[in-house]
Design a protein. Structure first.
Length: 195
């Protein structure tokens, strides 16, 4: 039987778990409210990133190149299709080679006239959330001297731009070869109202 003094106090582990659960629900509610406001989300992330850059410039330290490389990795995952056409071609070629010689011919592999929507490997929401979390974490990392590692920063900047140029060139060549565009450019056709 529980006494009155025990009802207010609980197991400390249960109290921490309950508080963490409340925090997690409130955090998810905030994220859910931000979901439909794409432009505002990206503007807020851009603002946080500008604060981070100002912190780095004015403190004259904390050249966190890992942050930039992580953001580049997110961008590449955002630009890549979830189902890579080059891998699908390889799998189709393997199936044709491994098939029986006496079996019926395989279905046609060229479907240029069929509409296939672009599905990203990393959805926009996850891209935004990961970029924002990384930028906030990098901003907090600039508040400690532990993370101010002395490096020769021009090498890091050149390394980032070379890495960016090489990976983007490869990605653009991939987009041209397999004829996909990861962005909605232009206006979508609307049917029904002819006015």
């Amino acid at each position: 039987m529980m006494s009155d003094s025990d009802s207010g106090d609980g197991n400390p582990i249960q109290n921490v778990t309950a508080a963490y659960g409340r925090f997690q629900r409130q955090y998810q509610q905030i994220l859910d409210r931000w979901t439909p406001h794409m432009l505002n989300r990206w503007l807020a992330t851009g603002g946080i990133f500008c604060v981070f850059l100002l912190r780095v410039v004015f403190a004259q330290g904390w050249y966190i190149d890992a942050h930039a490389i992580y953001l580049l990795n997110l961008l590449l995952a955002f630009l890549q299709p979830k189902f890579d056409p080059s891998l699908q071609e390889d799998l189709l070629a393997d199936e044709i080679e491994g098939g029986d010689a006496g079996s019926a011919s395989p279905l046609p592999s060229q479907r240029d006239d069929e509409f296939r929507p672009f599905v990203r490997r990393l959805p926009e929401w996850q891209f935004w959330l990961s970029a924002t979390r990384a930028t906030v974490l990098a901003l907090f990392a600039t508040s400690s001297e532990v993370f101010d590692v002395p490096v020769y920063w021009p090498i890091l900047v050149v390394y980032f731009f070379v890495l960016f140029a090489l990976t983007m060139r490869r990605q653009i060549q991939h987009m041209i070869k397999y004829k996909y565009v990861p962005f909605d450019i232009g206006r979508k056709a609307r049917y029904g109202s002819g006015k």
